[in-house]
Ligand binder design. Structure first.
Ligand code: ADP
Length: 444
């Protein structure tokens, strides 16, 4: 700057001296003025070039200027480049934040101080039936139109969450949403949405289960305490006393069956999957099931019912890989159901079949009452019974098929039910080929 000023002064002096030499004092003034005008014109021309360059936003292509203007352009170029880099970094970080919020499994809606939507992620749009672009700057209460949310939004505090029905397109299954508002920034609010359908369903299932168990236990317990009171207050003959004691024993047995089934279910839910290194001989398994079946049949005979014809077909010399206790429980449930639901004189056929695709099937076919098609999909639900009193009278808990299905899932297999009303039923356990092995040691 200093050298430029010196240079300018020198030029003015030279022009003034030349002007004075040619035309005296007037010549000196005119010479100096002309030089100054030339310098101003040159500066204006350079300023115009710099202005054009900045206006066209083409930082990487600066005008080529020397001296002070050249330095100025260079400095400006560096400042603008630096600022651009910073803006790009900030934009990238903002995009990263938005992508992270987009990826969130929860919905996020940013609301301005008036409660209008400033931004929302796709999950929130899906949960609330919004259009992430079209609905921007719309008031969230006007869009949601849910009385529970409207009341919640109007509250001063939002410490709790509220549950509302989800609002996506009608083709989707109904779902439950949890909504919570959080204050942030200057009077802004963050609306978080969460799909809690599964949690709500699990909660409802747990409540139903507890209610069912309580009901199942309360009934025999009431009967039992009634008999106890009778025995305590009435003078009974020996035979009456023995009848009452038998009835009490039945109720106690019913509770024991229920507790055993509940324990089995909780064990199935809480233990690791059965190892494929443990092998169970099909022959031994069938023998154990047959013994249990015979014991049940002989009890029916004591109750003076005509017996059912029970037939076990030849058993293949094979092993199943899995848990002996669980497999025996699953197979026994099917056989004991067939005995309990098939009237006296009917027949029950138990067999193992190797299927052409390598799977192994254990099936129990009976000539019992059969089951109407509408009940079939629900039979393996906990406590689902076609005929409640019939199930209870025969010592049923309503949990047998639920246990069987669970065992089969744990062994990678399936429970198949075929039945026609009035024509009997066939319940089958189908094991995948990977769980079936040829016996190494033949058992007698
Ligand atoms: P339960 O202890 O009541 O027998 P399960 O879970 O074993 O419970 O069976 C569920 C229901 O399925 C039974 O209540 C019964 O209505 C029906 N069911 C099961 N096996 C048979 C069968 N062999 N014949 C007819 N109905 C059956």
């Amino acid at each position: 700057m200093f050298s430029r000023s010196l240079g300018l002064l020198f030029l003015v002096l030279v022009a003034a001296v030349a002007g004075a030499w040619l035309a005296g004092l007037v010549g000196a003034l005119v010479g100096a003025l002309l030089v100054m005008l030339a310098v101003i014109a040159a500066d204006l021309w350079r300023a115009q070039k710099v202005d054009n360059w900045l206006r066209h936003n083409n930082v990487q292509d600066p005008p080529i200027l020397s001296g002070l203007w050249g330095d100025l352009v260079d400095r400006l170029r560096r400042i603008v480049t630096e600022q651009r880099k910073q803006t790009q970094t900030h934009e990238q970080r903002l995009q990263d934040f938005l992508s992270a919020i987009q990826a969130s499994p929860n919905g996020v809606v940013l609301l301005d101080p008036q409660g209008r939507i400033e931004w929302c992620n796709q999950t929130a749009a899906q949960h609330l039936g919004l259009d992430a672009k079209r609905d921007l700057l719309q008031h969230v209460v006007h869009l949601l139109r849910d009385p529970i949310f409207t009341k919640y939004f109007a509250q001063a505090e939002h410490d709790n969450e509220v549950l509302i029905d989800g609002r996506s397109d009608s083709l989707q299954k109904p779902f439950k949403l949890s909504l919570q508002l959080h204050a942030y920034g200057e009077n802004r609010q963050l609306l978080l949405t969460r799909d809690v359908t599964a949690v709500e369903q699990a909660d409802a299932m747990r409540r139903d289960f507890v209610a069912n168990v309580s009901h199942e236990i309360r009934t025999p317990l009431t009967v039992l305490s009634g008999f106890v009171e009778t025995l305590q207050t009435l003078h009974l003959s020996d035979s009456e006393r023995s009848t009452y004691l038998n009835l009490m024993a039945n109720q106690a047995q019913r509770m024991e069956n229920l507790v055993n089934d509940l324990l089995m279910l909780s064990k199935l839910e809480g233990s690791p999957l059965p190892a494929i290194t443990q092998s169970v001989s099909i022959q031994a398994l069938t023998n154990a099931v047959q013994q249990e079946a015979q014991a049940l049949l002989s009890m029916n005979l004591i109750d003076s019912q005509a017996s059912q014809k029970l037939h076990f077909q030849a058993v293949p010399e094979m092993d199943l890989l899995g848990s002996q206790t669980e497999l025996q429980s699953a197979a026994s449930n099917l056989v004991s159901n067939a005995i309990r639901y098939t009237p006296g004189g009917g027949s029950i056929d138990v067999r193992w079949d190797a299927l052409p695709d390598g799977r192994l099937q254990f099936s129990v076919a009976d000539t019992g009452p059969g089951i109407a098609p509408e009940h079939l999909p629900r039979l393996s639900e906990r406590f689902y019974r076609v005929d409640r009193s019939r199930s209870r009278d025969s010592g049923g808990t309503g949990l047998g098929l639920a246990i069987t299905k669970h065992v089969m899932q744990r062994h990678g297999g399936e429970l198949k039910i075929e039945s026609k009303l009035g024509q009997g039923s066939r319940f089958s356990l189908i094991f995948p080929g990977a769980r079936v092995g040829i016996q190494k040691i033949h058992q007698s």
